[in-house]
Design a protein around this ligand. Structure first.
Ligand SMILES: Cc1cc2nc3c(=O)[nH]c(=O)nc-3n(C[C@H](O)[C@H](O)[C@H](O)COP(=O)(O)OP(=O)(O)OC[C@H]3O[C@@H](n4cnc5c(N)ncnc54)[C@H](O)[C@@H]3O)c2cc1C
Length: 433
């Protein structure tokens, strides 16, 4: 029987591949007593930490409160694919906003992809190996459709995609399940938790204060500013930024009710005979497929395999490891009998119905920066830069996100509706031959 995925390890994280092999477990204090800062950030995931870093880089004083540990949420559980663009998709953005506005939004994430590498180098963050290249493989025999998608993405958004014919795809991924592919040479992979912890270290080195195990329970108005209350203290600040994603737990229902949770699952194996792995997956690149409910995977140092997939709102496979193994063997039957699960876990994605980040302010000084869904590493960097620039410099780029606000996502009823959509997607994956 697999261990429940919400188990708290002694260090306060859930047990997963990243938290098990953490490099240096720097702990931050719990908030006690009264603090003051220019800005109080609530939530210590990628959105919160990137905002805090953007602010201290711009000379602001910052206090960040995280309910658990830095990266405890989706940010310390993800697959580590660093890819530009948004969950909503470029073409959908162009349809909704017009090409020019869509291009402006997409270029924010292209810049973010560069900024992440720049920060890794500038702040000496040990989150490698950083390996270039993400390959999207098609489950369907539709080369012409794929080529058209690539042309549109390259012509309209300069994404630099390459077409990989099926013989090339199958040289790297030795399975007949896949046909042609889209290769993105500028996207990459790394260890997301180590990256995040590197950001946290940099924030504190630049004078920011981070408090772990410090859940914000209430926010009150204080003159022209705000006070964030935790069980043991308060932070008074002119501006506050809520980046709690789907783990918010009642702090602000206006933001919480504008998104719904989507569970997704991951597993890593124990070290595998390198030749056995090479006879199936012979590529250093990240892989995911074109189905609605896609598999996503990559090889890890030490000849391990990381595999993720499936989505649902409440579905909880009793044994994630066995479910993931089944999915792996469906694609690579030659791996049967060679894989032993080491860690398996789930994480909750925070999705708005429009599948775009939710960035803006509810009233003066009361900001939200959330809703990054399954596509968070580049977009959280982009969105947080926009918020930091708005607060520190009065920059108005954040207004580009105004069409994707925090309108009500239907509460519980909305979640049922979303679950129906996921079942429908799954059915389409099965029927779409
Ligand atoms: C299994 C999985 C695989 C993924 N794979 C990828 C991938 O390969 N590439 C990619 O780009 N994205 C991926 N994602 C998505 C990505 O991880 C998210 O989009 C991103 O981490 C969102 O960051 P966040 O800071 O908004 O949320 P989170 O990381 O969830 O952070 C929110 C934080 O707020 C804290 N919090 C909540 N309420 C309070 C409160 N009241 N007081 C204080 N703190 C509070 C929580 O404890 C949490 O730490 C994946 C996600 C999952 C779950």
């Amino acid at each position: 029987m697999a261990a429940p995925t919400t188990d708290r390890k002694e260090n306060g994280y859930i047990d997963n591949y990243y938290t098990h092999f953490i490099h240096e477990d720097t702990q931050y204090p719990t908030l006690a007593g009264a603090e003051e800062a220019d800005v109080c950030v609530v939530g210590g995931g990628l959105a919160g930490l990137n905002t805090a870093l953007g602010l201290v880089e711009r000379g602001k004083t910052v206090a960040l409160c995280e309910a658990h540990r830095i990266g405890w949420g989706a940010s310390g559980r993800n697959a580590g694919f660093v890819a530009k663009g948004y969950a909503a998709g470029e073409q959908n953005l162009a349809k909704k906003l017009g090409l020019e506005k869509a291009q402006a939004l997409v270029s924010l994430t292209k810049n973010a992809r560069k900024l992440i590498k720049k920060r890794i180098a500038a702040y000496n963050i040990d989150c490698g190996p950083v390996k270039d290249g993400v390959l999207t493989v098609s489950y369907r025999d539709r080369a012409e459709e794929l080529k058209k998608t690539i042309d549109q993405a390259n012509d309209n958004f300069g994404l630099g995609f390459e077409f990989w014919p099926r013989d090339k795809v199958r040289r790297h991924c030795k399975t007949e399940k896949y046909f042609d592919g889209i290769f993105s040479p500028n996207d990459y992979q790394f260890n997301p938790l180590e990256y995040l912890r590197g950001l946290a270290k940099t924030v504190t080195a630049k004078g920011g204060r981070i408090f772990e195990n410090s859940a914000a329970v209430k926010i009150t108005k204080d003159g022209a500013g705000w006070v964030v209350h935790t069980a043991g203290g308060q932070v008074k600040a002119k501006d506050i930024v809520l980046s709690c994603a789907i783990y918010m737990d009642g702090l602000d229902r206006r933001i919480e009710n504008a998104a719904f949770p989507v569970q997704t699952y991951m597993m890593t194996t124990k070290p595998v005979d390198p030749q056995v792995l090479k006879d199936a997956i012979d590529t250093p690149h990240c892989i995911y497929d074109t189905r609605f409910c896609s598999d996503y995977y990559r090889l890890l140092p030490g000849s391990r395999l990381m595999w993720g997939g499936r989505v649902g709102l409440w579905a909880h496979p009793e044994n994630i490891a066995q479910t993931m193994l089944g999915d792996i063997y469906n694609v690579y039957p030659q791996l049967k009998g060679h894989l032993e699960p080491e860690f398996s876990w789930s994480g909750k994605l925070c999705y708005a119905p429009h599948k775009m980040p939710q960035i803006g302010k509810i009233e003066e000084g009361y900001w939200y920066n959330t809703g990054y869904g399954g596509h968070g590493l580049c977009p959280t960097t982009a969105g947080s830069e926009v918020v930091a620039a708005a607060i520190a410099e009065g920059d108005r780029t954040y207004e580009q996100f105004a069409p994707f606000g925090i309108s009500y996502a239907g509460g519980k009823l909305g979640r049922y509706a979303a679950q129906m959509v996921y079942w429908w997607w799954k059915a389409r994956d099965l029927l779409d031959v």
